[in-house]
Ligand binder design. Structure first.
Ligand code: SAM
Length: 220
């Protein structure tokens, strides 16, 4: 899979791409991630990409032309163009599974006051990572990228995500590690029993219990 991220602030992705699981996925060539500064696509003096809003108001608005030129220079028949935007569809694990099936994603990050409304006509989908407003689309792009890349075959063990939260509309079961007891709180006996059939049953029950307690909406 190839992922192109269009941003005005490529430096924000340094840590994201150079640590842990994402770094290893890139090294193993399971994903090819490119960070592209759409300032390079400006035809104006000083590579200008934003301007004041028509009609007045505060902040700067990203211009349509450099972003659309950047999208068009990257887009192929198999590409899916996603705009990160607080007004988009709420991002869910189900969508991460859906996006994982694409061979090319282009993620467009807004910044400042947002972008010229006409940009919406050049994207396939708008995604919001939640009902709050961030300074830019870079963190949302990392959220989408991270959640998709970890589902690509070979990135992490399949067992790790087949039972995790939101798969099968359930939350994950409780997990413990050493020590067996901490300040009087003991690891459930069943997990020390070595009886894997019973452990599996217990975990399923716990998933249901947790989901009922914390996220009943997932079961509905
Ligand atoms: C300050 S926000 C612009 C908010 C816009 N004026 C509005 O009220 O809808 C700047 C950029 O950050 C990104 N952004 C902010 N919050 C986001 C969210 N919850 N989900 C996805 N992207 C977000 C978008 O790319 C947006 O264009």
């Amino acid at each position: 899979m190839r992922i192109d991220i269009l941003t005005l602030f490529p430096g924000l992705f340094q840590g994201f791409l150079n640590e842990s699981i994402i770094k290893r996925a890139i090294e193993k060539k399971l994903v090819d991630i490119h960070i592209i500064n759409f300032r390079e696509f400006s035809r104006l003096n000083n590579s200008q990409v934003d301007d004041t809003p028509y009609g007045g108001g505060s902040g700067m608005v990203l211009m349509v032309e450099p972003i659309v030129t950047a999208i068009e220079s990257l887009k192929k028949d198999n590409s899916k163009v996603i705009l990160l935007c607080p007004q988009g569809n709420s991002y869910k694990q189900k969508k991460a599974y859906e996006l994982k099936e694409n061979s090319h994603l282009i993620l467009v990050c807004g910044h400042y006051e947002g972008f010229d409304e006409r940009i919406r006509s050049f994207v396939d989908e708008e995604i919001s990572i939640g009902d709050y407003v961030l300074t830019g689309g870079e963190i949302p792009a990392m959220v989408v990228c991270d959640s998709v890349v970890r589902l690509i075959d070979g990135v992490i063990k399949k067992d790790s995500y087949l039972e995790e939260s939101f798969t099968n509309n359930l939350l994950d079961y409780p997990t413990y590690t050493k020590p067996r007891e901490f300040r009087g709180m003991k690891v459930p006996e069943i997990l020390l029993s070595g009886d894997h059939k019973k452990i599996d049953e217990w975990r399923k029950q716990e998933q249901l219990k947790k989901t009922t307690e914390k996220r009943k909406d997932l079961l509905e």
